[in-house]
Design a binder for this molecule. Structure first.
Ligand SMILES: Nc1ncnc2c1ncn2[C@@H]1O[C@H](COP(=O)(O)OP(=O)(O)O)[C@@H](O)[C@H]1O
Ligand SMILES: [Mg+2]
Length: 277
């Protein structure tokens, strides 16, 4: 007996990270707007670069908007993982819209962090790249409403509504302000078809990074949190899931971090014992 609708009917775009694709039945459904949230240094930009590198590889049109790093910084970072973004730009497969430098003398720059200017520039880039399936990264979206967080939801809705007609599958990055637990990402999260959350914690003097898929419409996604490694020459790699329950993540952050810490300490002790024996 076959269901009238099964998740196999959904066209999916690989993220370029095999370990991550496995969490979401092979990839992100075409046309989805996915929020990528997390604190600084958790791997959000590198995750997005994988997605773009994969797009270049399979012949999609690719647009990367950068607000926190310059275009040159993105190109240099990508190169460390073996991706030639410069070549893709020259071949008309990729446009990197630089919203950091605020230049006026260069076509693919934003002169200000204005949502309307952003959307117009993205559409212009899509027209330049041509007809067909497209990937969009906005890294980060939250930069556009830093000085007016109350507008986050309205702006997110506007961006999605306008860009939906242009055949984009999009990753919208959002900084997560930890200290205040004030999520600048909330705007995006309300309209997002999917939410990928990155986290970081220092355990036993070591920085560890994690990722969890909190939401992915039309997808029987994995509910576990995975450790993430960023490896020179390779990029992002997912390690095994951590042994904690989904419910734990719904707890207040402080409580949750304490539990995660003790969980990881236990693991460290166990592996320490194995080495000793
Ligand atoms: N070539 C590299 N080899 C290993 N780790 C790297 C390399 N380049 C960057 N990283 C790691 O990735 C981190 C930056 O990740 P990034 O995706 O920019 O974070 P975010 O966008 O969440 O702020 C760095 O702090 C570093 O730990
Ligand atoms: Mg970043």
């Amino acid at each position: 007996m076959v269901n009238s609708f099964s998740s196999e009917d959904v066209e999916r775009l690989s993220t370029g990270i095999p370990g991550f694709d496995r969490l979401i039945e092979g990839g992100i459904p075409r046309g989805f707007f996915v929020a990528v949230v997390g604190e600084p240094g958790t791997g959000k930009s590198i995750f997005c670069q994988h997605f773009i590198a994969e797009g270049i590889r399979v012949g999609d049109k690719n647009i990367y908007v950068t607000t926190e790093e310059s275009r040159e910084s993105i190109i240099r970072q990508a190169k460390q993982f073996g991706w030639d973004f410069r070549k893709a730009i020259d071949e008309g497969k990729l446009v990197i819209i630089d919203a950091l430098m605020g230049r006026h003398d260069e076509p693919w720059s934003l002169s200000s962090l204005d949502v309307e200017e952003l959307v117009n520039k993205i559409i212009e880039a899509k027209k330049y790249l041509g007809y067909g399936r497209a990937r969009l990264v906005v890294d980060s979206m939250s930069a556009f409403w830093l000085d007016k967080p109350a507008m986050a939801r309205k702006y997110s809705y506007f961006v999605k509504r306008v860009l939906t007609r242009w055949d984009f599958t999009a990753l919208l990055v959002s900084q997560y302000a930890v200290t205040t637990s004030l999520g600048f990402g909330f705007g995006i999260e309300h309209v997002a078809d999917g939410i990928v959350r990155f986290r970081r914690i220092v355990v036993g003097g070591m920085l560890r990074r994690y990722v969890i898929v909190e939401k992915m419409r039309q997808t029987d996604h994995d509910l576990r949190m995975y450790e993430v490694k960023i490896i020179k020459g390779k990029g992002m790699v997912l390690e095994g899931p951590i042994r904690a329950r989904k419910e734990d993540f719904a707890l207040p952050r402080k409580v949750w971090l304490k539990m995660l810490e003790s969980e990881l300490m236990k693991e460290l002790e166990v592996s320490g014992e194995e080495h000793e024996s």
